[in-house]
Write a protein that binds this ligand. Structure first.
Ligand code: AMP
Ligand code: GLY
Length: 412
């Protein structure tokens, strides 16, 4: 089978690695870091490529209808069409669908006018949660214990100053307290199978300090999640898939539930319509079996034809190494040293995200905020964590930073 993975980040690198166990893989467009580590990257439009299966990584092409266009051209695609991708493309639409389907989620209001938003905000006890309706690369959510900050954020978002049109509608939510969990499920339109749960770390700094990012690290398995997977599948994933189906949406791809495990039970914070980044970098290395065959079965509406995904007992910990300035404006163009040595280490996986070609032959430079995801696997989380932090010093660029507490005791 020839598989084309669409995208250029660490998630796509991890997908390519897992798919390559049983399939011939190209990534479109990929990046020069992946190419240096042996992944075949091709430029151009996915529509112009020939492959037996297309796996679409990022949300943006899904939201703007790439899966629909490929399907219209007779291609087999793992990834929802534009209608299903609204689950991630519009938080207001997603909350409405969840409410209609009876899926447990935070109490909320949707606003395009300041007056109503502030009134609702003031009716909540706090801390306060203000979200852009539209896509904002994981940065459109403010959680704050200061009401004045929340109020200012509402104004900035609604004015278009902070996030353009994505923020002209805001969702204000009640604050939920608990442990966060990412659960990705593979869907074939009617049926869904869970992958192993993961936990990611959204804040940039140690101890969950600083602003939200796209994700600074992840680990899997998650001891705290052992008992909730079947509950989340029954109370959140399947009802959402059923509600989509009732609206005529044949949802084939990943339904990724961002959850808060509260004292009252699991609550859905958000749905994403794709594999998580960096969750994929810890879940896929643990997935045992023919990943390409399973994704092709989901894309064909026939998950019942293949065995459910099974996961190794090994633990995986991923730490994201970022460029200076991230998540605000990242400084890029710095030469990356030591990538080959890092990638050559035993049971260490290096996933290239913001990596570009340098000025001299074969050199690589930073080209984005999140530059690398480095994953180590081992018999347990503690050992995997020790190994990943032992490996990271092999790579360097000026101002490289990463969190030091991914999967640390207290966070797992
Ligand atoms: P989202 O993109 O909606 O998942 O939000 C990003 C992050 O903000 C989540 O991972 C949580 O850490 C936090 N968050 C979002 N919604 C809430 C909420 N209702 N209560 C508490 N924290 C939240
Ligand atoms: N790691 C969070 C996300 O993929 O949205």
């Amino acid at each position: 089978m020839r598989v084309c993975v669409v995208g250029s980040g660490g998630r796509e690198h991890a997908l390519a690695e897992a798919l390559a166990r049983t399939a011939e893989v190209v990534v479109c467009p990929g990046n020069p870091g992946m190419a240096a580590l042996g992944v075949r990257c091709v430029s151009g439009r996915p529509e112009d490529l020939d492959a037996d299966l297309f796996v679409i990584g990022p949300e943006a092409p899904l939201v703007e209808g790439l899966a629909d266009r490929l399907r219209a051209a007779g291609r087999l695609v793992f990834g929802p069409g534009a209608e299903g991708a609204r689950l991630e493309g519009s938080k207001a639409w997603m909350k409405g669908l969840l409410e209609g389907a009876g899926v447990p989620t935070a109490r909320y209001g949707v606003f395009t006018e300041e007056g109503g938003a502030l009134e609702f905000l003031r009716s909540l006890p706090g801390p306060w949660v203000v979200k852009t309706d539209g896509l904002a690369a994981g940065k459109g959510v403010l959680v704050t214990a200061e009401r004045a900050l929340a109020e200012a954020d509402v104004r900035e978002k609604l004015s278009g100053a902070a996030f353009g049109d994505a923020g002209r509608t805001v969702v204000v939510e009640e604050f939920l307290e608990g442990t966060e969990l990412s659960l990705m499920a593979l869907c074939d339109g009617r049926r869904a199978w869970p992958l192993a749960p993961a936990q990611d770390f959204k804040r940039v700094g140690d101890g969950d300090s600083g602003p939200n990012t796209g994700g600074m690290g992840a680990f899997s398995p998650v001891p705290a999640a052992a008992d909730v997977v079947s509950q989340v599948m029954a109370e959140a994933v399947q009802p959402t898939l059923d509600a989509l189906s009732a609206r005529g949406v044949d949802y084939r791809g990943v339904l990724y539930a961002g959850l808060m495990l509260t004292a009252e039970g699991p609550r859905v914070l958000e749905f994403n319509v794709r594999f998580g980044d960096p969750e994929t970098q810890v879940v896929l290395p643990r997935w045992e079996g023919d990943v390409a065959a399973v994704l092709a079965a989901a894309a064909s509406g026939r998950l019942s034809d293949v065995a459910p995904p099974a996961f190794s007992s090994q633990a995986a910990v991923c730490v994201v190494a970022a460029a200076p300035g991230y998540p605000s404006r990242a400084h890029t163009g710095d030469v990356i040293e030591g990538l080959g040595a890092l990638a050559g280490m035993d049971r260490v996986h290096v996933y290239c995200a913001g990596v570009g070609a340098g000025p001299s032959e074969g050199s690589l430079v930073t080209a984005g905020g999140r530059v690398l995801g480095v994953t180590a696997t081992a018999a347990d989380l503690e050992e995997a964590r020790r190994r990943v932090y032992g490996a990271l010093p092999a790579v360097s660029w000026p101002g490289l930073h990463y969190r030091h507490d991914i999967a640390a005791a207290g966070s797992v």
